[in-house]
Design a protein around this ligand. Structure first.
Ligand code: SF4
Length: 398
């Protein structure tokens, strides 16, 4: 089954000129623009870049990180996932505290400032093997173990943890926010159609959109800087993408806590249920990024460069202002066949487009006061990691 092909609809130059000068984008026009034809694309991209330049002129950021895949066991079976394993599968693994610290210390030596914890969602609910692993490690649940590892990395290194553990209750958001300056959950899509049989989320109980919106909203109520985003090309329509962006916008307008929105494209990989699906085209990706920028003009918009290689620098022309986490050390375990670009190449390709590349922390500068105002280890570590403008002072550009 292939991702839907877009129907291209002409958009008037007047509309594009108005957007370029800063007029807000309506849902109706967003739905039209996300299906815009190739000859409208330059006008759409120019409007998106103008919006980016009004928001954060001339700077593109990235986070120098290590990737810590705490466990790849997961109770969900998303059709596009190459990361997850069942117990006993080749490569199934839950990291020990020693392994976590080895990666964190190696990253520290290479100037990294972020420890990105990625893991499957609640594997102990599905697998007795995970319950046994947690018992041996001395924890009641994967979230208890994650909390302890975030605290260990925060206490013992200069890295700042950024956990992505899946759905969270209000209590777990509070607990993880005490040991990490930000956290993330991809909304992915607001379309319930993807829960139907044979769709991307038909066997993924943690991907029910209303549940994911609830986690993001709870983080907002607690003023926790939050990363979210959408997946492009997993069976949703272009209008679904607009709806997902609008749902994120609504939560941010209410709580002001969305620190970045990731626009991530589906890539087909051998061995996954969706291995034969069409990938979104490059221009589909550019249109989606540009519409995201115009719908969310004051939010950090990120797109991963490794998933758009070799033409990733064209994403700069669609209005992104961040490349996301780039690791000089660990592979992208979510998309292991797509290596990150070398940081020096990333810097050169960013500068050729007229921007300077700047390392940031896993918390964006404008969100620092939400974390540094309080007492305690987290505030102290974040203050120590930030330069006067709130960017990362330890990380180097290459
Ligand atoms: S994408 Fe996340 S929730 Fe889905 S199967 Fe993979 S690890 Fe599990």
């Amino acid at each position: 089954m292939a991702a839907e092909h877009t129907t291209l609809i002409p958009v008037s130059h007047t509309h594009l000129d108005e957007l370029r000068s800063g007029l807000p984008l309506s849902r109706a026009l967003a739905c039209q623009l996300i299906r815009a034809g190739e000859h409208e694309l330059p006008g759409l991209l120019a409007a998106a870049v103008a919006a980016k330049q009004r928001f954060k002129p001339d700077i593109i950021t990235y986070s120098r990180k290590v990737f810590i895949p705490l466990t790849n066991l997961c109770r969900d079976y998303c059709g596009y996932c190459v990361f997850r394993r069942d117990p006993g599968d080749a490569g199934a693994h839950t990291m020990t505290p020693d392994e976590v610290m080895q990666v964190a210390r190696a990253g520290e030596k290479m100037g990294c400032t972020e420890a990105l914890f990625s893991l499957g969602d609640k594997p102990e609910l599905a697998f007795p093997e995970m319950r046994e692993t947690l018992r041996r490690l001395g924890y009641n649940s994967t979230l208890h173990y994650l909390e302890a590892m975030c605290e260990l990395v925060l206490r013992e290194t200069t890295l700042l943890p950024h956990p992505n553990p899946g759905l969270l209750s209000a209590e777990w958001i509070r607990r993880l926010a005490a040991v990490s300056p930000s956290m993330g959950l991809m909304l992915e899509t607001t379309s319930d159609a993807l829960l139907r049989p044979a769709a991307a989320h038909d066997n993924a109980p943690d991907k029910i959109p209303s549940k994911r919106l609830r986690t993001i909203e709870e983080a907002g109520k607690q003023n926790v800087p939050f990363t979210t985003g959408l997946l492009v090309g997993i069976g949703e329509t272009p209008e679904d993408r607009v709806n997902t962006l609008l749902a994120i916008r609504e939560l941010h307008l209410r709580y002001g806590h969305i620190q970045e929105v990731i626009v991530q494209n589906f890539r087909a990989k051998p061995g996954i249920p969706m291995q034969d699906w069409s990938e979104p085209t490059h221009s589909e990706m550019l249109r989606t990024v540009a519409v995201a920028r115009l719908l969310l003009p004051d939010l950090n918009i990120q797109a991963p460069p490794n998933l758009s290689a070799p033409y990733y620098d064209e994403l700069l022309g669609a209005g992104i202002n961040d490349w996301g986490g780039i690791s000089p050390l660990t592979p992208d375990f979510i998309n292991p066949e797509k290596p990150w670009p070398h940081l020096e190449e990333l810097r050169l390709r960013t500068e050729v487009k007229g921007y300077s590349l700047r390392p940031r922390l896993p918390i964006y500068p404008e969100f620092l006061p939400a974390v540094t105002a309080g007492p305690g280890l987290l505030a102290k570590k974040v203050k120590a990691a930030a330069d006067r403008e709130g960017y990362a002072w330890r990380a180097t550009a290459a």
